[in-house]
Design a protein around this ligand. Structure first.
Ligand SMILES: Cc1ccnc(S(N)(=O)=O)n1
Ligand SMILES: [Zn+2]
Length: 261
């Protein structure tokens, strides 16, 4: 399998990464999904998700987002089916959001932007021996993207939100056990899928993206809790963690497939 080289500009904050569009990148993410240009693929299977809540380990603030990490030492929390040839292990999930409700998601649908977007990051244990290795492998990763829209209170998300004050500053961590991320999945099975990249460094083009068509609803207070996190470490001048999304990247020679007519 062709090894990847991360041709990002390491060290540059991801928000400016997109201006220096990754040199030689032909499959960068995020993109604007034009519904009418997506192609229905009848061979796409339903996505199968089996998450084991006891594999949840902790939440931490990594200076880009807050991230929930999972024990990926066995095939306990896995996805399969959909466009995938084998199973992939859940490694972590995190979010991207805006300073206000008018923007925040990374992907868009017909130029519609959502206030936030959830990413569940999985890696291929058949072709890689670790997550770190899978980042550099062609199609080593699968990221499921779920849009968040302003609406009803999300009871499942609230358990996460209640833990956020404990990870307000960069490089803080709090134990977070027994959480089932399936509760953050919309019930509608429809999705788009396309070949893309990580949206923060190393921006490697190793991701099969699965973007759920239907958003989940969260309420204003829950979004505002996201916006109270900080990019900065304790003791530094405070910078609110908002607008941690990468702007759109060119579609180039790619087709987005849909699992639905
Ligand atoms: C694991 C990882 C690293 C960087 N970026 C992403 S993302 N935002 O594409 O899901 N995931
Ligand atoms: Zn992400």
């Amino acid at each position: 399998v062709r090894k990847m080289t991360s041709h990002g500009c390491e060290g540059v904050h991801p928000l400016w990464q997109s201006e220096l569009s990754v040199s030689g990148g032909t499959r960068q993410s995020p993109i604007n999904i034009q519904w009418r240009d997506s192609v229905y693929d009848p061979h796409l299977k339903p996505l199968k998700i089996h998450y084991d809540p006891t594999t949840c380990l902790y939440i931490w603030n990594n200076g880009y987002s807050f991230q929930v990490e999972f024990d990926d030492s066995a095939d306990k929390s896995v996805i399969m089916g959909g466009p995938l040839e084998n199973h992939y292990r859940l490694k972590q999930f995190h979010f991207h959001w805006g300073a206000i409700n008018e923007w925040g998601s990374e992907h868009m649908v017909d130029s519609k932007v959502y206030p936030a977007e959830l990413h569940l990051v999985h890696w291929n244990p058949v072709t890689s021996t670790s997550f770190e290795e899978a980042i550099m492998e062609n199609n080593g990763l699968v990221v499921i993207g779920v849009f968040l829209k302003l609406g009803a209170h999300h009871a499942g998300l609230q358990k996460l939100v209640d833990a956020l004050p404990a990870v307000k500053h960069k490089d803080t961590i709090v134990e977070f056990d027994v959480f089932d991320p399936s509760c953050l999945m919309p019930s509608c099975p429809d999705y788009w899928t396309y070949d893309g990249s990580l949206t923060t460094p190393p921006l490697t083009e190793s991701v099969t993206w699965i973007i759920k068509k239907t958003p989940i609803e969260v309420d204003q207070n829950q979004l505002e809790e996201f916006r109270m996190l900080l990019f900065t470490s304790a003791g530094e001048e405070e910078k609110r963690m908002v607008d941690n999304f990468r702007p759109l990247q060119p579609l180039m020679n790619r087709t987005v497939r849909s699992s639905f007519r």
